[in-house]
Design a protein around this ligand. Structure first.
Ligand SMILES: O=C(O)CCC(=O)C(=O)O
Length: 205
């Protein structure tokens, strides 16, 4: 009996590769069946949290739900995350040990332009963003001239890898949209330093 392959054969497109960093995008990194199954599993099983942030003189909800697991220190991550991490590690050769999850419920959810906090990732290692669910557009913008803006539609099942240098030279964000879009979950894989037990996971607005 023939079986559908669990994973598609991905092919990477390099969007930028110069002294300011490398960004590579791989649509179809996961097959549609896997995307659907993992989206459903993570939506139900992850302990999603609403974060609050001080904005000027008041506290506001961060406009998406979030969660975080260490992959190397016994955190009880759902199976889908463990398998996804294994795939990301095998594809990139990067020993990711942490995953931050974002749940964008609809087009009103977003993440503001930011770059990763450099004290929270190990120097030299890239970050990888795995998308499940609806397509959302990411804007990647150079911090200094020469001006460069990339708009990338992150489709469900895609993997985007941004080198460490891109965190120095670019911001990335997912703007709100008035278009009618479904829910999206992203898994942001990182290599983090050994955990300080007193430290809280930090989140981007
Ligand atoms: O949802 C995404 O793909 C982006 C997430 C992100 O920028 C982050 O977690 O720092």
């Amino acid at each position: 009996m023939s079986q559908m392959p669990l994973f598609a054969s991905p092919s990477e497109t390099v969007l930028v590769d110069d002294e300011r960093g490398r960004v590579a995008y791989t649509p179809g990194f996961l097959s549609a069946d896997v995307v659907q199954a993992w989206f459903a599993e993570l939506r139900e099983s992850v302990p999603w949290k609403t974060q609050r942030r001080r904005m000027y003189d008041r506290d506001v909800d961060v406009p998406r739900l979030q969660a975080h697991f260490r992959l190397d220190q016994g955190d009880d991550a759902p199976d889908a995350i463990r398998v996804a991490a294994g795939k990301a590690v095998a594809f990139t050769g990067v020993p990711f040990n942490s995953v931050g999850l974002n749940f964008y419920r609809d087009g009103r959810d977003s993440v503001a332009p930011h770059s990763d906090h450099l004290d929270e990732i190990v120097e030299g290692f890239p970050i990888a963003l795995l998308s499940l669910g609806a397509t959302r557009r990411m804007t990647i913008r150079a911090k200094e001239p020469p001006r460069r803006v990339l708009q990338i539609d992150l489709t469900g099942g895609s993997l985007m890898v941004m080198s460490y240098e891109t965190q120095l030279h670019y911001t990335h964000g997912i703007p709100k949209t008035r278009e009618s879009v479904g829910a999206r979950i992203s898994l942001a894989f990182r290599v983090k330093p050994a955990r300080d037990p007193a430290a809280e996971a930090s989140f981007y607005r």
